[in-house]
Design a protein around this ligand. Structure first.
Ligand code: FAD
Length: 248
């Protein structure tokens, strides 16, 4: 699979390629001739900057969930029923809620909505879940399958240890290789066609949300301009995974 990032989108405040080269020569060299090298460097730089920020603030990150009203100077750009921060797996759930349950959803991502950046191994059991949620037909799922494995094993590295560990063979776990972007592209086409007024917005970073009695207001930052704004919803789903500002 080739993961592609939008060419024109540069992260607000990101460094120039020559500055990256000066500060991180090995990283730039190892990224070599990767297509859209600067966009990938920007993403790593952004992740690292936020990680450093989290470490610096007395060992804690900025509050990502705040009770009460948002600052009055931020404009409200839209209202939805459910907002998903993170457009990887989040997009699959959003598509079910929009296509099957006719919810007005919004999915946003600091990169591109519907781009996994890596492929997934999964199991037939889990794939059946997507089928029974009526998101995909069996034929659509089959089109995204690129490989199947007979079995797999888990093993501790025992070289140099007196205790030798035999492999533990497991069947039916992570034994189906999926082209993730193909599945996500299909989910995003379905969400787009769902006629619920739903939206997918790339290049927006989740900053924090304001919890109010009847809704949440989600503060986002445009990664190109740095402009902050708000979106309202009944529910926010945090699907930003390992770099989640909520868990950091
Ligand atoms: C090398 C590698 C191989 C893996 N292989 C497998 C596998 O085979 N099978 C498997 O099940 N799992 C695998 N995983 C785990 C994998 O990460 C998850 O299964 C899957 O990608 C998780 O999807 P996700 O949408 O939760 O997270 P991610 O794919 O990480 O998506 C999170 C999204 O949130 C966005 N985001 C982050 N912060 C913000 C923010 N502040 N605002 C807005 N958007 C934001 C990111 O841009 C990203 O698009 C692997 C992980 C790695 C690193």
């Amino acid at each position: 699979m080739t993961a592609v990032l939008s060419k024109s989108r540069r992260t607000f405040g990101a460094l120039s390629l020559s500055e990256y080269r000066k500060r991180y020569p090995l990283t730039v060299a190892n990224f070599g001739a990767l297509e859209n090298r600067e966009a990938w460097l920007d993403r790593i730089w952004g992740l690292d900057a936020r990680w450093q920020q989290a470490l610096e603030k007395n060992g804690g990150a900025q509050e990502a969930i705040v009770r009460g009203a948002p600052p009055a100077n931020l404009s409200i750009e839209g209202e939805f029923e459910i907002i998903y921060a993170g457009g990887g797996l989040g997009l699959l759930h959003a598509a079910v809620m929009s296509c099957r349950y006719k919810r007005r959803v919004m999915v946003f991502d600091t990169g591109n909505v519907g781009r996994a950046g890596r492929d997934w191994n999964i199991s037939d059991d889990e794939l059946r879940g997507l089928e029974s949620a009526q998101l995909f037909t069996r034929a659509e799922i089959d089109e995204a399958i690129v490989n199947r494995y007979r079995s797999g094993f888990v093993k501790f590295h025992d070289k140099g240890s007196r205790v030798k560990t035999p492999p533990l063979w497991v069947d039916g776990v992570l034994d189906v290789a999926i082209e993730a972007d193909k599945l996500l592209a299909r989910a995003s086409a379905k969400l787009e066609a769902s006629d619920t007024g739903s939206a997918m917005l790339s290049g927006l970073r989740f900053v924090r949300c304001y919890n109010q009695p009847d809704r949440v207001m989600v503060e986002v930052e445009d990664t190109r301009t740095g402009k902050r704004s708000l979106f309202g919803a009944r529910l926010l789903v945090d699907a930003t995974a390992s770099s989640s500002p909520v868990s950091l």
